[in-house]
Design a protein around this ligand. Structure first.
Ligand code: ADP
Ligand code: MG
Length: 570
C-alpha cells in the first residue's frame, strides 16, 4: 500500500495534466491513522464526483463499547457520525472557498435515524463513504489543491470524528433515543397497540417543505386519559402517551384542527427520529402502510375484486391490469398489494382518498343500485379486513359520520388537542341511523399470491448494462423505465430509492428464477441486506444506500410499467 506522502507527490506531479490523468490515483493509501481508498475517479470535472472511502480503526476512533452495545445503538452511532462528517466537511470546504470542484460530500439525511451505507461498521473499523470533486482549472488538473484536499482536509475531518473530538452528550442521546424508540415499537404488539404518541410530542412541522418541528405555537400532544398507556424505555424510563389499539380508529375534527398532521406523524412512526425532532417518541407498527389514491399508476394482474367488481366492458377485476388506474381502482390496488406483502396497519387520509372509494351513503345506494356500482366502498370492507386478516386501519375522516358504525375508537381533534369521543360517536350512531345497506358481503375476499417474471426487469439503457438514476424521493429511472414512487409517501430519503433500484437487480439475479412469490422475494432481499449488509446489492462499495422495507420494494416492483407477473392459485 502506498503512503499519503506518495499520494501527495503523485498529485503534485499531475498538476497541469489533462483531467483524465487523475485516473492514476485509484488505489489504497496508508495515512497512519486510517486507510484512504480511492475507488472511482471521475472522468471530467463536470461528471459525477469521485468516490472515496476512509477506513478508521475503532482502536483509533476510541468509541466506548457501551455506544456499540446493541443494533439500534450502532445504527444511531453511524447516523450521528454521518451527520458530523457532513457538517465538518462543509466547514472545511467553506474555509477553502473551493466551490464544487473541491467539494466533499456524504449522503444527505433528514430527521430519521436510518441504517445507511454512508458509514459502515465492522468489529474493527468505521468506514466512511463519500464523494470528492477533484479540483480542476478548465480541464487541467489542479494537483496542489487536490493534494491539500486529500492529504490535509480529509485527515482533518477524520481527526474531528474521533470520540474525544465529538459532542459526547449529544452522541449518547442519539444512541439512547434510537434504542428507546426501538423498545417502544417492540411493546406495541404485546400491548395490543398499533401506534403510540407520547405526551409532549411535537407533531406539526415548520412548513410543508421544512421537516423540522414547528418552532412557535406548536401544541404538544397530550393523551386523553381513556387512551393513555405507559410504555417502558431502557434508557429514559417509563413514558405516558396515547396507545392506539388494534382495530379501526377514526380521527375526526374540524378542518385545520390537526387531523392530517397526526396521521403524518403516524406514517413516520415506522422510523426512529433524532433527538429534538419532536417525534422521537412516536412509533407505529413497522408494517404500517399509508394508502392513497394514485390515479394514472399502472396495475399488473392484481385481484382488486374485494373492492371493485363488474367494470364496464366486462373487464376482469380478479386479474386486473391497467396502464392508467382511476382514483378508486388505484386505491384498491394499493391496499391489495400492501396486504399481499403482509401489512398489519393501513393509514388513510380523506385528503388523499377517492371519495367514491371511501363512502357511499344511503341516498346514493338508492339512486345507483349496487349492481350498477363497481365499487364496494372501504366502509363495507374495513371490518372484514380486521376479522379475516387481522389488519387494523387508522382513518382520518372529517367528512362522513357513516364510519361511526364501523369504528372501534374515535379520536377527535379540537384546536390540536385530542379527545376520546368513542362513546359519543357510538351514541350518535344509535340515535341517527345511516340506514345504509351493507354491501361488503360475508368476507373480505381472497388474496392471490403473485410471482414476478424475470423478463419484466431490465436495468439496461443504451449501451449501459445497468443504469439506475434517482430523482429525489419521487422516481427511480430503472434502465429505460421510470418507476414513479411519489405516492409511496413513507419513503423519506433518495438513498432509499437508490437502494431499491439496486435491490431490483439483486432480486432479479437471486430470486426470480425460483418459484418465489413477490412477498417471499421482498422478504428475502430485506433479510439478505440485514444479514450481509448493503454491499450484497452491488460488488462495488456504494455510499448512497438507505434501509427500506419489503413493502417499499414491492411498491416499486408493482409500479414497473412493463411488469410481467403470474398469479398463483392459493
Ligand atoms: P386538518 O387535516 O385537520 O385539516 P392539518 O393537520 O392539515 O389539519 O393541520 C392544519 C394546520 O395546523 C397545519 O398548518 C399544521 O401544521 C398545524 N398544526 C397541526 N397540528 C398542530 C399542533 N399540534 N400545534 C400547532 N399547529 C398544528
Ligand atoms: Mg387534513
Amino acid at each position: 500500500m502506498k503512503t499519503d506522502q506518495e499520494l501527495r507527490s503523485q498529485l503534485w506531479q499531475l498538476d497541469g495534466s489533462s483531467y483524465r490523468a487523475y485516473k492514476a490515483i485509484r488505489g489504497r493509501y496508508d495515512f497512519d491513522e486510517f486507510v484512504l481508498c480511492v475507488d472511482y475517479v471521475q472522468g471530467d470535472p463536470f461528471a459525477a464526483p469521485s468516490q472515496l472511502r476512509v477506513q478508521l480503526p475503532l482502536a483509533i476512533a476510541k468509541f466506548p463499547s457501551v455506544l456499540l452495545a446493541s443494533s439500534p445503538r450502532k445504527i444511531a452511532l453511524r447516523d450521528y457520525v454521518t451527520r458530523q462528517f457532513a457538517q465538518i466537511a462543509r466547514q472545511v470546504a467553506q474555509r477553502r472557498g473551493s466551490g464544487k470542484s473541491g467539494s466533499i460530500g456524504i449522503s444527505k439525511v433528514g430527521p430519521e435515524i436510518l441504517d445507511r451505507s454512508a458509514v459502515c461498521l465492522t468489529s474493527e473499523e468505521l468506514e466512511f463513504r463519500f464523494t470528492v470533486g477533484l479540483p480542476a482549472q478548465g480541464r487541467r488538473i489542479l494537483g496542489r489543491q487536490a493534494a491539500d484536499l486529500l492529504c490535509n482536509d480529509i485527515p482533518e475531518i477524520i481527526s474531528q470524528l474521533h470520540y474525544t473530538q465529538l459532542d459526547n452528550a449529544e452522541l449518547q442521546s442519539w444512541v439512547e433515543t434510537n434504542e428507546d424508540a426501538e423498545a417502544l415499537r417492540s411493546q406495541l404488539l404485546p400491548q395490543g397497540l398499533v401506534a403510540f404518541i407520547a405526551d409532549g410530542a411535537i407533531l406539526p412541522r415548520a412548513s410543508g417543505v421544512d421537516v423540522r418541528p414547528l418552532a412557535n405555537g406548536a401544541v404538544p400532544w397530550q393523551s386523553p386519559e381513556s387512551l393513555a398507556v405507559t410504555l417502558e424505555r431502557p434508557n429514559s424510563g417509563p413514558i405516558r402517551g396515547t396507545g392506539i389499539p388494534q382495530g379501526i380508529t377514526l380521527i375526526v375534527g374540524g378542518g385545520y384542527h390537526g387531523k392530517s398532521t397526526v396521521l403524518q406523524a403516524l406514517e413516520r412512526g415506522i422510523y426512529n427520529h433524532i433527538p429534538g425532532d419532536g417525534r422521537d417518541c412516536i412509533v407505529a407498527n413497522s408494517t404500517a402502510m399509508k394508502i392513497r389514491a394514485e390515479d394514472g399508476r399502472s396495475v399488473t394482474r392484481v385481484n382488486i375484486s374485494p373492492f371493485i367488481n363488474h367494470l364496464p366492458q366486462g373487464r376482469s377485476t380478479t386479474d386486473f391490469s391497467t396502464a392508467n388506474a382511476s382514483g378508486s381502482t388505484s386505491q384498491a390496488a394499493n391496499i391489495i398489494e400492501a396486504l399481499e406483502i403482509g401489512t398489519q396497519l393501513l393509514l388513510i387520509d380523506e385528503d388523499t382518498s377517492a371519495t367514491n372509494f371511501t363512502i357511499r351513503d344511503r341516498r346514493m345506494q338508492q339512486l345507483v343500485a349496487k349492481h350498477k356500482e363497481p365499487i364496494t366502498p372501504f366502509i363495507d370492507k374495513v371490518r372484514w379486513l380486521l376479522k379475516d386478516y387481522g389488519v387494523s386501519t387508522i382513518l382520518v375522516m372529517g367528512g362522513s359520520g357513516d364510519y361511526f358504525d364501523v369504528a372501534d375508537t374515535v379520536i377527535a381533534l379540537d384546536n390540536y388537542r385530542a379527545a376520546d369521543v368513542t362513546s359519543e360517536a357510538k351514541a350518535i350512531a344509535q340515535a341517527y341511523k345511516t340506514e345504509r345497506i351493507a354491501e361488503g358481503g360475508t368476507e373480505f375476499g381472497a388474496l392471490i399470491p403473485r410471482q414476478p417474471l424475470a423478463k419484466s426487469l431490465d436495468p439496461s439503457r443504451g449501451r449501459k448494462e445497468i443504469s439506475i438514476k434517482v430523482k429525489a424521493i419521487e422516481e427511480i429511472l430503472f434502465g429505460e423505465s421510470a418507476i414513479n414512487l411519489s405516492a409511496v409517501e413513507q419513503l423519506v430519503e433518495p438513498q432509499q430509492l437508490q437502494a431499491i433500484g439496486w435491490a431490483l437487480i439483486y432480486l432479479k439475479t437471486h430470486y426470480l428464477s425460483g418459484a418465489y412469490t413477490l412477498r417471499e422475494i421482498c422478504d428475502h432481499v430485506v433479510e439478505d441486506i440485514q444479514t450481509h449488509g448493503f454491499d450484497c446489492l452491488d460488488n462495488r462499495p456504494q455510499g448512497n444506500f438507505a434501509q427500506f422495507r419489503a413493502l417499499d420494494l414491492a411498491a416499486a416492483v408493482n409500479r414497473l410499467r412493463d411488469l410481467k407477473i403470474k398469479q398463483l392459485s392459493k
